[in-house]
Design a protein around this ligand. Structure first.
Ligand SMILES: *Cc1c(COP(=O)(O)O)cnc(C)c1O
Length: 441
């Protein structure tokens, strides 16, 4: 009978790579126990919310047409509100992505003459068009919404003095919304914890309680025990093909927060006068409920994968002398599921992505190639053998082909899959000659 090492060998992973991985896994047991404890806590939170909202078998039926009286949809939104500790939520397949959810939340709550203030420096790339930092048709700028940005300090921390100065200078009280991005996205700054976000919000509210504080919560859900909405955020926003969809939601996004602001967003998403009352849930509800049910443990798998990758690559650097920088580092506390690895050479980025792709359940036979992407100034290589197109809660990696040659790696619906993918990246780097295989023998 084939044993465990034999199973890995069938994927082309040799015994030296496997035993390096096993040694690292052994050292991570306490870390993983803490991650599991958090998943347990968050799972209980989700189950309790479903019970309190009285989710029934009937809630799994979808609606068609206008979607009037869709109790499954309305109950799901009540569940999200309970999980996130908010008054209300909008959770819809008509929200096409995280960017769209953020656009709806912002444009629904801002009016001509208002100003949007970013508290965390430059926002996620796609939001530059939404805000109009990069001119784009239909941007907030085109509708007369101004934009101000408080940059982070050089070490990536919140610049309280800068924000206070901006608020004091806003004598006409034009600033209507403050935006906070939890995850660092593709930037090199730390991801913010819910506590740090709470401090930012308290800083704004102390001077200007009228400002709506909105958090881009993408990749942050269920990583901690609480969400930014439990630390003063008026609105939190995210994508269902990331953490809260649990890998099952085929598309969609959410906006949760104060009733008034969620309703404003709903009127923007559907139509003035219609708001949350319409919007057929079609066939998505079973996957939305079940995905949310699985989300805490799926997020934990992804988190373990990130910690394993950082620790394994640090061990490999130690053993082989290969140049690699893990960010966050192996020991760092985590507030999102993204792991960056900087390799300083393009061949390593290529090899890493090939390894992730080769471990995928779907399209494992495809070889990722660097490609020109709209909105990027260099070619980008992506590895994603996903069940849901572009889902980044599934094991995936991407890297812009430019200095310093970093890959951003995230997801993993199950930890065995994340493990396989990460071991396969090391194996592929070895075969590319990026480190000396003898160094790990
Ligand atoms: C993923 C992400 C978004 C939205 O991206 P979509 O691809 O449109 O879903 C926004 N902000 C951050 C920080 C993200 O990680």
């Amino acid at each position: 009978m084939i044993d465990r090492a034999g199973m890995y060998a069938a994927f082309g992973i040799d015994s030296a790579v496997l035993s390096l991985g096993d040694g690292v896994l052994e050292s991570l047991q306490e870390r993983f126990r803490q991650i599991d404890e958090r998943a347990e806590f968050n799972s209980l939170k989700v189950i309790r919310a479903m019970q309190e909202a009285r989710v029934s078998e009937g809630c799994l039926q979808g609606s068609t047409g206008y979607g009037y009286g869709d109790t499954g949809r309305d109950t799901l939104e009540a569940v999200y509100a309970k999980v996130f500790g908010t008054e209300d939520a909008l959770v819809r397949p008509q929200i096409v992505s995280g960017t769209h959810a953020l656009n709806v939340a912002m444009s629904g709550n801002l009016r001509p003459g208002d100003t949007l203030l970013s508290l965390t420096g430059k926002p996620y790339d796609t939001l530059e068009s939404v805000i109009g930092i990069r001119p784009a048709a239909g941007s907030l700028a085109e509708y007369g919404v101004a934009y101000l940005q408080a940059d982070l300090k050089p070490d990536g921390s919140f610049d309280r003095e800068a924000v206070e100065r901006i608020l004091e200078e806003d004598r006409e009280k034009k600033i209507r919304m403050a935006a906070i991005q939890k995850s660092r996205g593709y930037q090199t700054r730390p991801t913010f914890s819910v506590n740090e976000i709470g401090e930012m919000i308290a800083c704004v509210k102390a001077l200007r309680p009228d400002i709506i504080c909105m958090v881009d919560n993408c990749y942050g859900e269920f990583v901690e025990r609480t969400e930014p909405s439990e630390h003063g955020a008026d609105l939190i926003v995210g994508s269902l093909i990331k953490n809260p969809g649990g890998g099952l939601a085929p598309s969609g996004g959410y906006i949760a927060g104060k009733k008034e602001y969620v309703e404003q967003a709903a009127h923007r998403l559907t139509s003035p006068g219609l708001g949350k009352e319409v919007g057929a849930s079609l066939q998505v509800l079973p996957s939305y409920y079940q995905g949310l049910f699985l989300a805490p443990t799926v997020t934990a798998s992804a988190l373990k994968g990130a910690v394993f990758a950082a620790t394994l690559y640090e061990a490999l650097r130690e053993r082989s002398g290969m140049k690699v920088l893990a960010y966050p580092s192996a020991d760092a506390e985590r507030y999102d599921i993204i792991q960056a690895l900087t390799f300083y050479q393009p061949a390593a980025v290529q090899a890493f992505c090939e390894g992730i792709q080769a471990a995928a359940p779907v399209d494992s036979f495809v070889k990722p190639e660097p490609w020109e992407m709209p909105g990027y100034d260099s070619k980008v290589i992506m590895a994603a053998g996903t069940f849901i197109g572009g889902s980044s809660i599934e094991l995936s990696a991407d890297g812009p082909m430019r200095e310093p040659y970093s890959v951003f790696f995230q997801g993993g619906l199950t930890f065995p899959h994340a493990t396989l993918g990460i071991l396969k990246t090391v194996q592929t780097l070895s075969e590319y000659g990026i480190f000396d295989p003898k160094s790990i023998q």
